[in-house]
Design a protein around this ligand. Structure first.
Ligand SMILES: [Fe+2]
Length: 491
């Protein structure tokens, strides 16, 4: 066993079994209503994983659910990026994270292997890591830094700092790099003692958007991925919904795809969990490489409570005993993990942050439609990329996480009267990288959208800037109140 493996095993040994739980948001749906409904139905859950929220809201959850094991879903720690301090306050984010972990008493923090800010451009949803050896090395170094920062902040209060878990990210129509997801995660875990979250729906998107579905069955794809993946590092499994995106016309699809192609689903926590994912989960739970599993969570933020309860009851009945078995088997299976072949040493090149920064710049250029190529594409399949560039991304800026027309009704009326289309805001958003104005501030897409829209109006229609400024102020004030409301209700 290497020192890195030993450190992981020691840290993992101190994490209790969490069982089958739910990964939730404190705001939507109402967490206490959900907990009450599960209780009424006699559905016991092992834990709740809580997404990053205002400290007051988290305090409220801790206070009102004193007996419940709580885990933490972090956000804004861009470990995949070559210069994570450049666009957002990496260490300040970690300080906030340490505080949130303390409030919840969490044993781990989970973060996507993805970022919403890269090369000076901000997005509303995750863009996966660049799956290259340099990308893996930099990610591992950043995770090691993050873990050491948390160790310094958290140890002493709990006796052991929560463990950093890196989650397999979703592909939204395309991915970039020359390594498979399994190879990338193997390289990261060879270099740092982090844990991993295996997200079943995200793996489905890899099957769909790397073109693997053209080459083999889902079962064969998953079997090969699991054999190559560092499964012994998997501490948690996620399962959420998948759905077509509202911005993508149903009939749309890459040219040359047969009519019986898999649907153009992407990760969607509010959508029902398709049966195909439950079958994938069953296949994963049977794999004997899964030696340090601590919990399985259905990710249900933004989902209606009746659907959550129904899906949880179903998962409980089908997987409850299997999960309990997988947790109990921890010790027996540990011996077998050395049979997983390591990634060839030739892939382990020295990290080159500067080169990687150039590649991420190219990545941002491609997904925003400003560059055509320059990066290897996962599975050499970029056929669905136009769906991202032409539909998904403009929707993200104009509708997702705040509909601009509803946020700024008076300003939008003025723009319309002046013949200025809102599409211009999308071009304005991605016109150039913006380093300085974002650094020092925690990532918040809603607040960023407000700031950027006021700037856009100042440039496109100066006569409406005062109106935009007024609407922005009232949005910010309302948002502040809404973020802390859960805490206020309890006090
Ligand atoms: Fe997830």
């Amino acid at each position: 066993m290497t020192p890195i493996e030993r450190e992981f095993v020691e840290r993992a040994a101190r994490i209790p079994h969490h069982g089958l739980g739910l990964s939730v948001d404190v705001y939507q749906p109402d967490l206490f209503e959900l907990a009450g409904e599960l209780h009424r139905r006699g559905l016991g859950y092992g834990y709740l994983e809580i997404f990053k929220a205002a400290p007051a809201a988290l305090e409220s959850v801790r206070r009102r659910l004193p007996e419940v094991l709580l885990a933490y879903h972090a956000e804004g720690i861009w470990v995949t990026q070559p210069h994570p301090e450049r666009f957002s306050p990496f260490h300040a984010e970690l300080d906030d994270t340490a505080e949130q972990l303390r409030i919840l008493g969490s044993h781990w923090l989970n973060h996507e292997c993805a970022a919403k800010q890269m090369a000076g451009y901000s997005f509303g949803t995750y863009l996966p890591a660049l799956f290259t050896a340099a990308g893996a090395e930099v990610t591992a170094e950043n995770i090691a830094q993050a873990q050491s920062h948390l160790d310094g902040r958290c140890e002493g209060r709990h006796g052991i700092a929560p463990l950093f878990l890196l989650e397999t990210p979703p592909l939204t129509y395309v991915g970039f790099g020359d390594l498979s997801m399994a190879e990338f995660f193997r390289l990261v875990t060879d270099r740092t003692p982090c844990g991993v979250v295996l997200d079943i729906g995200h793996l489905w998107t890899v099957y769909r958007y790397t073109g693997e579905w053209r080459r083999r069955s889902l079962t064969a794809f998953l079997a090969e991925l699991l054999d190559a993946f560092p499964l012994e590092r998997v501490v948690e499994i996620h399962m959420a919904g998948l759905a077509p995106h509202p911005s993508v016309p149903l009939e749309a699809g890459p040219a040359g795809e047969p009519p019986l192609r898999p649907p153009l689903w992407i990760d969607a926590h509010g959508a029902p969990i398709p049966e195909v994912l439950a079958d994938m989960l069953a296949q994963v739970l049977e794999h004997d490489g899964l030696t340090h599993l601590k919990g399985v969570a259905l990710e249900v933020d933004t989902k209606p409570i009746p659907t959550i309860v129904e899906e949880f009851a179903k998962a409980h009945a089908r997987f409850g005993p299997k999960i309990a078995h997988a947790l109990r088997e921890e010790r027996d299976a540990r011996e077998r993990r050395d049979s997983i072949p390591p990634i060839p040493a030739s892939l382990a090149r020295p990290a080159r942050r500067a080169g990687l920064a150039e590649q991420y710049d190219c990545y941002a250029g491609i997904v925003t439609g400003r560059a055509k190529d320059g990066l290897p594409v996962l599975g050499q399949d970029a056929s669905a990329l136009p769906l991202y560039v032409e539909h998904y991304l403009p929707y993200e800026i104009l509708e997702w996480g705040g509909v601009v027309r509803d946020m700024f009704p008076a300003t939008c009326r003025s723009l319309e009267q002046a013949g200025i289309a809102l599409d211009g805001f999308v071009q304005f958003w991605f016109r150039e990288p913006r380093e300085s104005e974002d650094s020092g501030r925690a990532y918040d897409f809603f607040l960023l959208k407000i700031t950027r829209f006021v700037e856009f109006v100042r440039e496109a229609l100066p006569a409406a800037s005062e109106t935009a400024g007024r609407e922005a102020e009232s949005l910010r004030a309302g948002y502040q109140v809404a973020c802390e409301q859960v805490g206020a209700e309890a006090s």
